[in-house]
Design a protein around this ligand. Sequence first.
Ligand SMILES: [Zn+2]
Length: 371
Amino acid sequence: MDALLTGTGGADGWPQPGCRCASCERARDTGVSRDPGGVLVDGTLAFRPGRQPGPGTSSPTAAAHRIDPVPGGWDVTGPDGARLLLAAGPGQVPEPRAEATPYDIALLDLLTSPAQLGLLRSAGLIAAHTTVVALYTDHRVSSVAELARRCALWQAQPGQDGELITSSGGQHATEVRVADGLPRRALIIGGARSGKSTEAELRLSGAPRVTYLAAGPWGSPTGPDGPADTEWVDRVARHRASRPRWWQTVESLDVAGQLRHTSGALLIDGIGTWLAGIMDEAGLWTTGGERVPGSPPDAIVRSRIDDLVDAWRQTAAQVVAVTDDVGSGLVPAYLAGRVFRDQLGWLNQRLAAESELVLHAIAGRITPLPS
Ligand SMILES: [Zn+2]
């Protein structure tokens, strides 16, 4: 089976005529031109969003293909037995039937739902031999370069108009590894609302098995701000609801244990809240951070930090961890706050030194930091 991408853009293409957004302007400046998405299968079957499959340019042998409409798309089996999953249009997320068999080609709107890739992989419907292509791409992403960056993370192809995708006829039994060729340890550092958590989740969207480690606090803020408040609880609940439902969520301060025992992908969110929780357990917030060298609370925190760094160095998981950038603003007025700031700053340095990739998140932009 082959699939000719007659267009790879969104409903109005990319750049969108008349649109002056930064993405469309950047696309014009760099000569990007994507027609509204469409696919011609084996030359005989034309798929266009919002329409029934129509005849293609070659002789009408459409009967040789089995076309099964599924919610959000089409499930097509070719005369050679090759399998295609196609999103019906921009914003559509095809849901294969329970009895579906693995696909050779998947043409999906990855800007709408990158996490669908992980779900299809966890169900075995997208395997190592499956060619995955992003279709219906448009100004929802800032540039073709950013699209290509995301596709590399998701083991997908960004696609381009006129490209011919051919099924490989590979074996169906091969399981996709987490993300071949991607760094084992990625540390993402940024301030509040910098986009660091979004980047962390985006990086693992295509992975079949993800453990999401919420390293506290879960019910109420620990640290100097004291008791539970409903805004915080709501925020935690919103974050939880926004994650793919098939991710395994673990709420624990035992980050070192998870690093030692998790296989597959592990998302840690985040190192700063973990340290706050550890300091809370050691009673350093309630004592105001008062430290006597060698005293139990101080020693507990230092040994937990050493243990975390050791587990980080030796982990077999593919880890993406989020941490807070501290120290850019005011010096905390209270001692515990200064202890937290100093310890987190040093911990960030130690983790960064042991990471294949360190990213800085600021204003939603992601910058790799040189090693
Ligand atoms: Zn635009």
